[in-house]
Write a new protein. Structure first.
Length: 118
């Protein structure tokens, strides 16, 4: 056991909080976090828009069609990743809202596709 093991164990045992861990809705996150933190929330949190998009992608793969058109990858994913990146110190409100709106539109189109195919 090294000198670093004890502090690391304490860090792991500490309650987790923040945009990575908070179990809150996107509406609550929008009120609670700055634009930078909101980008992190939507990219990494299990309740964020990327998690929703990934679930849609999995449903489209299971359906067997449409993944290339509506899947959770590509330009929009990369744009949100860049907003959530550690190197970014600030994120503009409009920049974030446009990224989220584009992803939301893609999710809505994927859901409409699945509804039509069902």
């Amino acid at each position: 056991m090294t000198d670093l093991d004890t502090p690391l164990a304490e860090l792991d045992a500490a309650p987790k909080s923040g945009p990575f861990y908070d179990d809150i809705t996107p509406e609550q996150a929008a009120k609670r976090y700055s634009n930078k933190e909101l980008a992190v929330y939507h990219f990494y949190n299990n309740n964020g828009i990327v998690a929703e998009w990934s679930k849609l992608g999995n449903r489209l793969i299971a359906h067997g069609r449409g993944f290339a058109a509506y899947g959770d990858f590509g330009v929009y994913h990369e744009g949100l990743r860049k907003l959530a990146a550690y190197e970014r110190k600030r994120v503009g409100r409009i920049e974030l809202q446009v990224a989220l709106a584009c992803i939301r539109r893609t999710i809505d189109r994927g859901e409409a596709f699945l509804a039509k195919e069902a």
